[in-house]
Design a protein around this ligand. Sequence first.
Ligand code: AMP
Ligand code: FE
Ligand code: FE
Ligand code: ZN
Length: 283
Amino acid sequence: MTFADLHLHTYFSDGTYSPEEMVSKGRHSGLAALALTDHDTVEGCQPTAAACEAAGMEFIPGTELTAEQDDHELHILGYFLDIHNPKLLAEIAKFQAVRQNRIREMVARLNQLKVPLTVEAVFKEANCRSPGRPHVARALVKAGLCSSLDEAFERFLKNNRPAWVPKFKMSAMEAIELIHQSGGVAVMAHPGLNRADEVIPGMAEAGLDGLECFHTKHSTSTAEHYLKLAGRFNLLVTGGSDCHGMSKGRPLIGTVKLPYHHVEKLKARAAERKAAAVATSAG
Ligand code: AMP
Ligand code: FE
Ligand code: FE
Ligand code: ZN
């Protein structure tokens, strides 16, 4: 059997690994293929592709877009997309600008609470265009203002805590459309964490291609539940560890192993999406 891990983050968003470190860990855990799905960016795809090629592994370009549907925050994974697609890159640039402004707002709120963190310290810690709360948390710990990442989230950064600032989200339908027009397939990430099963039929109708049935935070019964829903709504099945490197304790890469036949099906769908995207842009 060959396996893939289709949900991974590097330091191009809130993971801690470089592409090379991640690929090396992936190879040692026995993966044949991996997909990079950094939040709201595709910047890490080229270096990760190069590292996979050097390691003799298959690379699948991807991203994890922040989206919403009916007041639920949803993460939409895009796979096999054209990472040079101009519309995709324009939307990602917008996302990144608002993420950077959000960091400034969160730091301003911390300063109002007499926590003397600087914006520069967070940007230095993030060192990427897609910064988020984990970077604020790491900067707070590094500056000695919190003793742990958990404390930073509990005291300041969790939803509705005093330094939390809501995040920009595109509509889930727009995210699906954006992925399709760049020739990719769109998959709902970790449905078990979203508690939004009621939106799945409408999204399937709108062209959602798959459900991430296997995920680190899904129990066996949760995975079975989503396998059933995928069958009912004719959705493809994906899975991944959602490894963020060392930022969440032990590295998770390779702990969720997706049998490769699911990747074959995803690839076949991507070929259809690509053909449709070319036909649309030509017409
Ligand atoms: P953001 O995209 O800036 O809202 O940050 C969301 C990211 O923060 C998630 O992808 C997780 O990696 C991380 N995160 C969210 N909640 C927590 C928490 N309570 N403790 C540690 N990390 C968290
Ligand atoms: Fe994350
Ligand atoms: Fe996610
Ligand atoms: Zn993720």
